[in-house]
Design a protein around this ligand. Structure first.
Ligand code: HDD
Length: 731
């Protein structure tokens, strides 16, 4: 049944007054299965339920008859120390929070499955790459800079971390939606993060890079310039987590059972395409719906629009130089353009289940690039090498001790036979008497794997003769050629967005010297880009200090072009007080049939139209452009009865008198945001009121709703009506 059609007519639920037998937990709320798919007991306690049980108890199971009043010396007297229930309840509450992640604090997670095509089994012995092997996964998407409560649509890099619960142990691919990183050596990580985080004196600005310390760092530490231009592009304000690419960034080493090895870079390609919002939308969304990305992911999964990504690899020879076509594969600030090394698909990931408890799953999940399995190994990338220390270390303070691998979400789905014992929050009851090796008392179990016949993860790899020194190879000194490669690969409209983003961000800085130094970097990327940003800042454009040879653009880097599936996209349908109900129902059903979400926007809440068959999901007051990928106007929309001049001013729109000012604002924004608009039945009056000419790009007007909807759906497949933006030719 499509949204917009009222559901069952059941009486509203009332608060139960009698205890009843516990409800069985919903399938996804049950404690993790005590037996993993491999048949091994995971140690999980399936009897641990939540508040569904019959009687309220303390943590040690004793029943309580009153949880609403503390125990006092007389009704008006002081609270007694002996009130254990009070102390336990408050004390536990006092400790409900754990430290948020020092980076990537805000995120959203989902469960799913990775189905391997088997194509990578030629180059890796990892079980996860076997033909038709299905591996459960948990993915956490995140922003980097903001705190846990910050807004989703900050201009920022997004984390894309995947935990594969393989039959031979857990493999974590902890990547981002940008294929390069700010720094080349992990020792710089605290520096770049301190610079990006809020200023330490006032702790502002939150979740933003538009401030002095960030630009101070990236303009001084110019290896960050490549990542920074991606941050200034539309990639940093995704339409949805579902429409982001993911990258492993570093070069990894894959190994087969014969000891052969290749180098690879991992790519996640979203089936829905790579799409972003405009900066105006991001800013409005951060106020209107700061949870926009969390909501989008959870809603899509719940509605059955399960997002999918294809995992692919670029494959390189594992030679002594670790270079490919002059690109240093150990430098995490460099990509290898797909045109030079195609991304070869190895499997498909589908996210099909929302977490049932945010804290237990999304907050407590702990990723770790050390989680490697047979057939997948690291390279000498100095950023990756440093990460191998940091993630294990951070969980000790974040999750309170060394036993975080026993938390249900972190538990491997493979047998665990370690000799790690005791420690804070130990939940396993280990048996046996000999947690050491070698031993005779436990039959010498567990035995080391039979290396080297099958290369488990410490695969022998040559290490060049070397001296101890702090430094980097000369190839790491090129900080601009790939930032320029990215720039040259953008379409005109994407270039405009990048120039505007730099102008905005630097315009928010106070220090003149910071702006001037960043302009120098822009000059080294592209003279026109530098000139446009300098003009916006009111500063002179410096001359470049580096020279570039010919750089071939990489068309794969542009996200404009192509036709894409529309699963889970949201279509607003604006109606007046008395819409044609049959027609509206048909429109709602057509949108639903296209796999999208119709949201009826009416002057008031409740049923819409005379028959009451359609209900409003939004009102003129609660709807805002950023929620919709396109907007339809179903017939005449008169001025609202309460459209007073004051309201117009508040809504930020000037009423023409012909259209409710809130609808006026909605259509104006949707037009500026290059989204498709369809109108029927009012002779284009709504368009005229907003000053939109019929026939403007991406605007469809007609008599027949079905024909208009069909055209709008076709337009939406290109994501936006990009032709609405004039090509200035200045970039
Ligand atoms: Fe990191 C979290 C991705 C470099 C130190 N990182 C974290 C997360 C992602 C990344 C997606 C969130 C995981 C989650 O959802 O729980 N980090 C990256 C990528 C990097 C990178 C793609 C470079 C290619 N990170 C990096 C370096 C260091 C760290 C160089 C330290 C030397 N990262 C951490 C951390 C975090 C983390 C402090 C915070 C929370 C956590 O690990 O579990 O250890």
């Amino acid at each position: 049944m499509p949204p917009g059609v009222p559901g069952s007519e059941e009486a509203p639920a009332v608060e139960p007054t009698e205890p009843r037998p516990p409800l069985p937990p919903k399938p996804d709320q049950a404690a993790p299965a005590p037996v993993s798919p491999t048949g091994r007991d995971t140690g999980a306690d399936p009897t641990l339920a939540a508040q569904g049980g019959e009687y309220l108890t303390t943590a040690h199971g004793s029943r309580r008859s009153d949880t609403d009043h503390s125990l006092k010396a007389g009704r008006r007297g002081p609270v007694l120390l002996q009130d254990h229930h009070f102390r336990e309840k408050i004390s536990h509450f006092d400790h409900e929070r754990i430290p948020e992640r020092v980076v990537h604090a805000r995120g959203a997670g989902a469960h799913g499955v990775f189905r391997s095509y088997g194509t990578a089994s030629r180059i890796s012995s990892a079980a996860v790459f076997g033909k038709d092997v299905e591996t459960p996964v948990f993915v956490r998407f995140s922003t980097v800079l903001g705190s846990r409560g910050s807004a989703d649509l900050a201009r920022d890099t997004r984390g894309f971390a995947t935990k594969f619960y393989t039959s031979e142990g857990t493999w974590d691919l902890v990547g981002n939606n940008i294929p390069v990183f700010f720094i080349q050596d992990a020792i710089k990580f605290p520096d770049v993060i301190h610079a990006g985080k809020p200023h330490p004196d006032r702790e502002i600005p939150q979740a933003q890079s538009a401030h002095d310390t960030f630009w101070d760092f990236v303009s001084l530490h110019t290896e960050a310039q490549h990542h920074t231009i991606w941050n200034m592009s539309d990639r940093a304000i995704p339409r949805s987590y579902r429409t982001m690419e993911g990258f492993g960034i570093h070069t990894f080493r894959l190994l087969d059972d014969e000891g052969g090895s290749v180098l690879v870079k991992f790519h996640w390609k979203p089936k829905l395409g790579v799409h972003s919002v405009l900066w105006e939308e991001a800013q409005i969304a951060n106020g209107m719906d700061p949870d926009v990305h969390r909501r989008d992911l959870a809603d899509a999964i719940e509605a059955g629009a399960h997002p999918e990504w294809e995992l692919g690899v670029q494959v390189f020879e594992d030679n002594e130089e670790q270079m490919f076509e002059g690109i240093d594969l150990l430098d995490p600030t460099k990509i290898v353009p797909e045109e030079l090394a195609p991304v070869q698909p190895v499997g498909l990931m589908t996210l099909d289940r929302n977490p049932s408890n945010y804290f237990a799953e999304t907050e407590q999940v702990a990723f770790n690039p050390n989680n490697l399995v047979r057939g997948i190994d690291v390279t000498n990338d100095p950023l990756l090498q440093g990460r191998l220390f940091s993630y294990l270390d951070t969980q000790l303070s974040r999750l309170g001790g060394p036993n975080w691998t026993q938390l249900p979400i972190n538990r491997p789905h493979a047998p665990v036979n370690d000799m790690l014992r005791d420690g804070m929050h130990q939940t396993a009851v280990h048996t046996g008497v000999a947690p050491y090796h070698p031993n005779t008392l436990d039959g010498n179990n567990p035995f080391p794997a039979d290396e080297p016949a099958r290369p488990f993860i410490d695969h022998p790899a040559p290490v060049a003769e070397s001296v101890k020194e702090r430094g980097a190879p000369a190839s790491f000194d090129d900080h601009y050629s790939q930032a320029r490669l990215f720039w040259l690969s953008m379409s005109d409209v994407e270039k405009e967005h990048i120039a505007q983003a730099y102008t905005f961000e630097l315009g928010k800085c106070w220090e003149q010297s910071v702006k001037e130094r960043q302009l120098q970097s822009l000059a080294n990327i592209d003279a026109k880009l530098c000139a446009v940003v300098a003009e916006g800042l009111g500063l002179p454009a410096p001359r470049p200090t580096v020279e570039h040879g010919r750089i071939a653009p990489s068309p794969a880097l542009s996200q404009i072009g192509g036709q894409w599936p529309l699963d889970g996209r949201q279509v607003g349908v604006v109606v007046g007080p008395d819409p044609d109900e049959a027609d509206l129902l048909a429109v709602v059903e057509a949108i639903d049939a296209a796999g999208m979400v119709p949201l009826v926007i009416a002057p008031h809440g409740g049923p819409v139209g005379r028959g009451g068959k359609v209900v409003a999901q939004r009102t003129y007051l609660t709807a805002r452009s950023v929620e919709f990928d396109s907007v339809l106007v179903a017939g005449a929309v008169p001025p609202a009865p309460d459209a007073r001049p004051g309201l117009d001013a508040k809504a930020g729109a000037v009423s023409t008198g012909a259209l409710d000012p809130r609808v006026h604002l909605l259509l104006g924004e949707v037009f500026r945001q290059a989204k498709a608009i369809g109108v029927w039945g009012d002779k284009g009056r709504a368009l005229a009121a907003v000053g939109l000419p019929e026939g403007a790009p991406g605007v469809v007007a007609g008599k027949d709703s079905a024909a208009v909807v069909e055209q709008v759906v076709a337009l939406m497949k290109s994501h936006r009506a990009w032709e609405r933006f004039p090509v200035t030719g200045r970039l």
